[in-house]
Design a protein around this ligand. Structure first.
Ligand code: MG
Ligand code: MG
Length: 251
């Protein structure tokens, strides 16, 4: 069942979104060759707790990080630790913040120094696919329109959509209904309505769509070792369109 949020509940999520965005600014400032993913995790955890919030991911089904850190061929759910970030890497950082009873969820893939032309194109296209999906969010649109916008954007560029992992509703629980696949025909599935809060999160591979999970039980990588990018925003459907709750930069 899809839980619609009241304007007061969306206001609480907006405050959580502000904490998440500030946390991303601190992570980005520390993201350089030689830093470890564990250091970024510590920065994120300190930032979230100092704001009076709780990291959504820490302890979630036993996950040990406050962020997921997913470099290069890692698609999602990389565990932060001693891994050193290198010049030329791309790295997805996924952050969840729980504040005033609500979760917000956002991910961004960053280039570290100079990256290959293919990596730069993958980042550009995956971000564009998220923007295209968000642009579909308004009352009366269908959930299928959202996934279709991602699929169309990524596949036109010759990249592949990950199918095993999907976006989701977000609110009092980190993962709520509906599931939001990044593919599928437009004009199908649930009708969007004001108060729905959706974590839309395209995961796009430079090579094939296949995935595998490493022995740690969490880290999901591309089956062919190709690069993967991941961008995510928490978006509220409003009376006349949408609001990006986790928008970075000036609101
Ligand atoms: Mg996320
Ligand atoms: Mg998510």
């Amino acid at each position: 069942m899809i839980y619609k949020k009241s304007p007061e509940e969306i206001a609480a999520m907006r405050r959580g979104g502000d904490i998440l965005v500030q946390t991303f600014e601190k992570i980005e400032a520390a993201l350089r060759p030689g830093a470890t993913t564990g250091e970024l995790d510590e920065i994120a955890e300190t930032s979230i707790i100092a704001a009076g919030a709780t990291p959504s991911f820490k302890g979630y089904r036993g996950f040990t990080g406050s962020i997921c850190s997913s470099p290069n061929e890692v698609i999602v759910h990389g565990i932060p630790g001693p891994q050193v970030i290198e010049e030329g890497d791309i790295i997805s950082i996924d952050v969840g913040v729980y504040f005033e009873g609500f979760h917000v969820d956002s991910a961004w893939t960053f280039p570290v120094g100079d990256v290959t032309a293919q990596a730069a194109e993958l980042l550009k296209v995956t971000e564009a696919s998220l923007d295209a999906a968000i642009a579909q969010c308004r009352p009366g649109a269908r959930l299928g329109d959202v996934g279709h916008a991602v699929e169309e954007t990524a596949e036109q560029a010759g990249f592949s959509i990950v199918r095993e992992y999907v976006g989701h509703g977000v609110g009092r629980s980190l993962h709520e209904d509906p599931q939001i696949p990044n593919y599928g025909p437009p004009g199908r599935r649930e009708v969007l309505a004001p108060g729905m809060t959706l974590a839309i999160e395209p995961m796009v591979n430079a090579g094939g769509a296949g995935t595998k999970t490493l022995g740690d039980g969490w880290t999901v990588v591309t089956a062919d070792g190709s690069l993967s990018a991941h961008f995510e925003h928490t978006v509220a459907v409003t009376e006349d369109g949408h609001e990006v709750i986790t928008k970075r930069g000036p609101r």
